[in-house]
Design a protein around this ligand. Structure first.
Ligand SMILES: [Zn+2]
Length: 304
């Protein structure tokens, strides 16, 4: 019997089988699979929790508590990815004293998978970022920063692909225009490429060529600019592109309780999420894939 026919037949009789030996492996392909995406953005060197005097943020945040929450979620679902949308650096004396070494070492301990680069990650110059790379046991993606002729060349890929439970996840990065935001002396020869064009190219490669089941954009473009409607943001990016399933944003420190749903060029839903700043929250989106790899999702922000 051909394998496909066998699967079909066992599917028909599935209701009758309670315990089975033969054919059990075929059933597993029809099982719902769950991929959990955890994410942070704009942590800005916040390592300790906020103190009791810090008003509405008092006693919130901190790497230790984030580590415990992540560990518990990984126990519940080993098919979990941990991502960051940039601005890892700048904001506390830890950065001024150690230049980002501590941030990268702690993120490595928390087993971050992939991150993108924010404007403040250039605050000690591209050389300062480069100097901390030996401490980063996670991957950097940016598709619209061209680092040719800089020290970061070859250390940052346009995208990464991670496979969890046979689900192929493609993750590409987008950064904000550096001109006018960061001194040229700091970013040197880094070239900024149009994020919409690049996003179209990257998402097409990931969806059509690489056959990813889930396409994620890690963006430091910002959620929305109400007073500057022509400025590219995550909402306009979602609308103007196709093939992206989820945009995880940063830069504007926007706190969303749950992802915003935007219709893309092909009228398909794109989730756009961002969870404030300073490590106060952890974003969580669970994707469920059926046997045909159709997906549904559920998202929320976790207070740390
Ligand atoms: Zn920021």
């Amino acid at each position: 019997m051909k394998r496909r026919e066998f699967v079909k037949q066992t599917a028909v009789t599935a209701g009758l089988l309670t315990i089975g030996g033969a054919g059990l492996s075929s059933f597993s392909e029809n099982k719902t699979k769950k991929i959990t995406i955890l994410h942070t953005n704009d942590v800005h060197s916040h390592i300790d929790p906020f103190g009791p005097e810090d008003g509405r943020n008092s006693n919130k945040g901190g790497v230790a508590r984030r580590a415990t929450i992540i560990e518990n979620i990984r126990k519940e679902n080993p098919n979990t990815l941990l991502l960051d949308a940039g601005d890892i650096f700048q904001g506390t004396p830890y950065f001024n004293f150690y230049g980002g070494e501590l941030e990268f070492k702690l993120m490595s301990m928390l087993k971050y998978d992939v991150v993108t680069i924010g404007n403040h990650d250039f605050d000690n110059g591209i050389g300062g970022l480069h100097a901390q790379m030996p401490y980063a046991e996670f991957k950097f993606v940016s598709a619209n920063y061209d680092f040719t002729n800089t020290v970061m060349d070859t250390l940052v890929k346009p995208y990464e692909i991670i496979i969890k439970d046979n689900i192929k996840i493609g993750i590409f990065g987008l950064g904000i225009a550096l001109e006018g935001l960061v001194m040229k002396d700091l970013y040197k020869e880094t070239k900024y490429l149009d994020p919409i064009e690049i996003a179209q190219d990257m998402s097409a490669i990931l969806k059509n060529t690489e056959k990813c089941d889930l396409v994620i954009c890690l963006s430091h473009l910002g959620y929305d600019y109400k007073n500057e409607p022509d400025k590219v943001c995550d909402l306009s990016l979602a609308k103007a592109t196709e093939n992206i399933d989820l945009i995880i944003g940063g830069h504007t420190h926007t706190f969303l309780k749950e992802p915003t749903i935007v219709k893309n060029r092909k009228d398909r839903a794109v989730l756009v999420n961002q969870v404030g700043c300073y490590g106060l929250y952890l974003g969580r989106i669970d994707f469920y894939f059926d046997g045909q790899k159709n997906k549904t999702s559920e998202g929320r922000a976790i207070i740390i």
